[in-house]
Design a protein around this ligand. Structure first.
Ligand code: ADP
Ligand code: ASP
Ligand code: MG
Length: 447
């Protein structure tokens, strides 16, 4: 059994949808599960509409709604599927209009209401994709992922209940094993009270791998808009190379340090269940692809495979004579509020906490911490060099930082626990330094 996940750009135009349908025909001849994201740009537009509604700007909310609706119908019409999908879409659009109207009346968008609204993006695309497959003679059916994806009640960044997922998936496992072809939504879950939750931006990758684990899949394929995982973000590095095979540890480090191609939570299920994970390009199915394996491919000592970064990072410094306890408490509070932590360092000479406030709640905690004895510095980016070659002796890798000579580096975060060497640079230097590091550490070595 295979799970195929199609990201936003893979379902974002009639041509992409047709290609995705052809990939399903090719990869799932005996059935399987298809997980889809919302049409590209939809989640952003829904957020915009909700922001406008809850600030009382009905005109802007209406405009965002109208654009979203027009775009969806244009895609359905181009595929000749408008009439077939109408019975499924009409109630979803009505629901969306009511939710936005409610937020407009209340001047408020609660996390619960936001998730209910965001869910419409993935629900629209999953319904359309099921209808498209049916129109091509594939025996596909839509199933709502909220039947099985139980989560906690943290709306906006819900955590799946793994034990629950194993249980709720039993009927799905049976039907899929018997040859069903189902299409479902990525990104969404269901809280204990039955309300809709979401798994965080980019969370459809995690939906796919979690479902793969719970369904006992042998393979999960992530179909996106690049030829697999590349050695760097192609929007910053034109020379970025495809990585045909990488270890799970490399992929996990790369996504944890910000490479958007895989959601940071998507790799844990691969480690637990051991299925094959493939990343491939919907627009060039025969092009390059990446296979992520539990076992590491052989790498030369010191060899790195990729460079990742995340901007918008804040450093919290603990002055020398203060109790490190302050730093640990700050870390716990930030994590609980939904921040990402990139480093925690305590030395006799002071301490450092490196965090990114991902949520309004964690931003508020950062502000409070500013007046608690920690010095706060914004505007940093964490950069990570990643590769199995760094595993044994991270100290050797320090020479890789030579291209940064003369640049302000705020901290170096490395240890013998992982496959990465991370450090902080000023955010506005990313555009220049990432290509420079890539040239030195990757282009200068044979592929
Ligand atoms: P999808 O909508 O299919 O989930 P995303 O936009 O979330 O796609 O992720 C794919 C994008 O990730 C690529 O288009 C690329 O811009 C970006 N990206 C960043 N780092 C990398 C990397 N190391 N390898 C491949 N893509 C990367
Ligand atoms: N549509 C959601 C987002 O844009 C989830 C995803 O694409 O994975 O964040
Ligand atoms: Mg994505």
């Amino acid at each position: 059994m295979r799970v195929l996940k199609f990201g936003g750009t893979s379902v974002g135009s009639p041509e992409a949808l047709r290609r995705a349908a052809a990939i399903v025909a090719q990869e799932l001849p005996g059935g399987g599960l298809v997980v889809v994201s919302a049409l590209s740009g939809t989640t952003d537009r829904l957020l915009l509409a909700m922001g406008a509604s809850s600030q009382g700007d009905a005109a802007a909310a209406d405009a965002a709604y109208a654009a979203l609706e027009a775009r969806h119908w244009a895609v359905a019409e181009a595929l000749g599927l408008a009439e077939a999908v109408r019975p499924h879409w009409d109630p979803l659009f009505e629901n969306l209009a009511s939710l936005l109207q409610g937020m407009g009346l209340l001047w408020e968008a609660s996390p619960r209401a936001r998730d209910a609204t965001l869910a419409l993006g993935e629900s629209l695309s999953a319904r359309l994709f099921a209808v498209l497959l049916q129109s091509q003679g594939q025996p596909a059916a839509f199933r709502d992922v909220r039947e099985v994806m139980q989560t906690d009640a943290r709306h906006g960044r819900a955590r799946p209940d793994l034990a629950g997922l194993g249980e709720t998936c039993a009927p799905w496992r049976e039907a899929l094993a018997a040859g069903a072809l189902w299409v479902t939504q990525g990104f969404l879950g269901s809280a204990p009270d039955g309300s809709t939750t979401t798994l965080g931006r980019g969370g459809s990758d995690t939906s796919a791998t979690l479902l793969g684990e719970a369904l006992g899949a042998s393979e999960v394929q992530i179909w996106t808009d690049v030829d697999g995982v590349l050695s760097a973000d192609p929007s910053l590095v034109t020379q970025a190379r495809p990585i045909p095979v990488m270890s799970l540890r490399e992929a996990a480090a790369l996504s944890a340090y910000g490479a958007k191609v895989l959601h940071a939570d998507a790799l844990a299920p691969v480690g637990r269940a051991g299925f094959k994970l493939v990343v491939a390009n919907t627009h060039r199915p025969q092009g390059g692809r990446t296979e992520i394996r539990l076992e590491a491919p052989a790498r030369r000592p010191g060899e790195i495979t990729s460079v990742a970064y995340k901007e918008g990072v804040t450093c919290l410094r603990l002055p020398p004579a203060q109790e490190p306890e302050l730093l640990f408490q700050a870390a716990t509070r930030l994590l609980e509020a939904g921040a990402s932590l990139y480093g925690l360092l305590a030395t006799p000479d002071g301490g450092l906490l490196v965090a990114r406030g991902e949520t309004a709640e964690s931003e508020a905690v950062l502000k409070e911490l500013e007046s608690s004895g920690l010095a706060l510095h914004r505007g940093w980016a964490v950069v990570a060099l990643v590769g199995e070659g760094l595993r044994d002796e991270p100290g050797k890798a320090l020479s890789l930082l030579a291209p940064l000579d003369g640049e302000p580096i705020s901290a170096i975060l490395a240890g013998d626990t992982g496959v990465s060497l991370a450090f902080l640079i000023q955010e506005d230097r990313l555009g220049e330094l990432i290509p420079r590091l890539h040239a030195h550490c990757i282009e200068a070595t044979p592929a």
